[in-house]
Design a protein around this ligand. Sequence first.
Ligand SMILES: [Zn+2]
Length: 667
Amino acid sequence: MSLRKGLLHTTLLAIYIYSLPVLAAAQYATLPNIVLITIDTARADAMGFLGSKDGLTPNLDQLARQSVVFTRTFAQVPLTTPSHATILTGTYPQFNHLNDLGTALAKDIPYLPDILHQRGYRTAAIVGSQVLDPNSAAVPGFGRGFDFYDADFHSRRPGEDRYHSVERRASVVVDRAISWLNHPGGQPFFLWVHLYDPHDPYDPPPPFHDRYASNLYHGEIAYSDFAIGKLLNKLREQSLFDGAIIAVTADHGEAFGEHGERSHGFFLYDETVHVPLLIKLPQQHSPATRVKSRVRLVDIAPTLLWAAGIDPPPAIQGESLLIRTKQGVITENTDADAPGGRAAYSETDYPHRAFGWSALYAWRAGKYLYVDAPEPELYDQSVDPAAQHNIVSASKAVAETMASQLQEFRRKTSESGSARPELNSRQLEQLQALGYVTSGYGHAAGTDHERGPDPKGKIQVANALHEALLDMEDDHFNDAIPKLEQVLKEEPTMPLANLELGLAWSSQENYGKALPWLRHAAELNPESGRAHFELGMVLAETGDWNRAVSELEAAVKRIPDSDELHFDLATAYEHEERIEDAHQEFLSALRINPDQYRANLMFGRLLGMHGDPLGALPYLQKAVKVQPDSPDGHKFLANIYTELGQVENARREQAEAEQLAAPDKTH
Ligand SMILES: [Zn+2]
């Protein structure tokens, strides 16, 4: 079969046409397998196939030579969760509401895995981070349509490695994807693989860590490419490569000080919004094709459906990037009505959510980038690709046109009628635990344009907080303290910064210094169960059990479903000799988690001490069953058996306790 690639130029767009037998779904014996790989935090300019000279992506570059490469792809939100929602739903954040982190994916929002599943696809997701775990606070509802969703994460416990709690390395993710591929099952399949590695902290494993010691972010990109190479090889080995549609993209890029930003989420410039995208079609149709017109992540879902021969549902807001002409050739789907190609919309309400600053909206159309901010910005990217020279005052008419297009676009694409969901403080705190900064003021719902100070003037504060939170995550409390102090100098009423500074001091066991910050955090955000909890624990450490009780009561009221919290409150009641209250709280903890070791142990002990050895017995038996190597459990149980006159049992438990407590125990 010969391939002829013809090249036509229109005014601004390069259109590639290649005459091939029609690639039509009806002609597939079966629907094609689809593999979607999302590399978190991957800048477009780190990719060899998009012009990087750093040689980080040999495997992706090879794939690109067999793919359609989109050189100008823009994310709709520079944040992991909402951007993946855009990719997987083909809808805009203002429509799917997943821009409100923690909001559940509504059942009536189109969802690529679900659509494919209904067409008979076997579906799997293997993700690299807790922020894409449907059981976490960030993405409830993301499991819809998946037969298998591999995201077994938990919040990091002190001293625990992040790669065994909140995150998995690319090789682990890819190995799990390969084991899913090895598992017999029907075809077609849809496999989504998410690699989190380039997200900070930048910490690639050997040998990438040494090889890229001077640029660890590059090391993460190179490592991700290496892992992707392994997956692609597996597909080739299993003869799955040729027939598959394989798409590779990123949810957002990363800023390294351009425009003052570090990391991503606050601004909408190219460093965080321009992302890679390539799509390998079945039988490597249209190899090495480069589409230079502007495209968007919202277009991926409809394009994949189109390539599989499935009509996208009407609710999908993106459009297929490929079309078939009357002559039966596949070509770039150019948007003839828009001079300069499709416009690309982006937004972030993260500055608002995190600090109460203004949300930002960006509109890329023609040669311009317009940023709707309290001080609006306009860049002519044909002469100023890095967006360094704001020409808004010199080009008022252009700015006004861009602003009204942006407004009109938002009006047309926002979901009408449905109220914006509100998150409760528990959800906000869970998001915080996932690394998303929440202001703690609760979510400001309602208005489209969440206004506040312009983030441009305050980005250094955001950077300091971001770095402080990374320090806190790594237990580097001494490093975090001055950064948090810097944040609080600028934003003294920010509940999160107050809370974290209190935690940093209490982690150093400096309770005197911790107390005022924690108290301030709880006053600023009285609905925060976490603030009351942390304050209560520090008060308990200082021996002020009376005040500790009231704070823990406040925490339990706001977070009623935590067995740990009920346990802590029970312990505080016991200290205050409020035995009946302690009794009730132990029971509450055990109702939520009947297997909680500490609650069984301490409740059994409490009952034993207050003349109810028979009542104590089952709890202590449970405690040693849950944690058989606990000397305390066996010792308390021995005491109970003694009281009950069960001499033999008492002797056995006592011996067990002594053996476990002995320093040279052989267990
Ligand atoms: Zn991300």
